[in-house]
Design a protein around this ligand. Structure first.
Ligand SMILES: [Cu+2]
Length: 79
């Protein structure tokens, strides 16, 4: 599944890079895109391996506030 997370506390582009790297190292995460300007992380992950709350905690552990965006992103691709 793919979920968007709102992130607070990023103060520069390297914050976004750090979050992207750390989420990318998390088991079950397939793809991560973090935008500093948009204050979001868009994460594709295997929900059988890792859960949203785990991803939120990962981001929090890095020193940022994270919440799951209310609207799940709908993907055209199947599965
Ligand atoms: Cu920074």
């Amino acid at each position: 599944m793919r979920r968007e997370f709102h992130i607070k506390g990023m103060h520069c582009e390297s914050c976004a890079v750090e979050i992207k790297e750390q989420l990318g190292l998390t088991a079950g995460v397939k793809d991560v895109d973090v935008t500093f300007g948009g204050k979001t992380a868009n994460v594709e992950f295997d929900e059988g391996v890792v859960q949203e709350k785990t991803l939120v905690k990962k981001i929090q552990d890095l020193g940022y506030q994270a919440t799951v965006a209310d609207e799940p992103q709908r993907e055209a691709r199947g599965a």
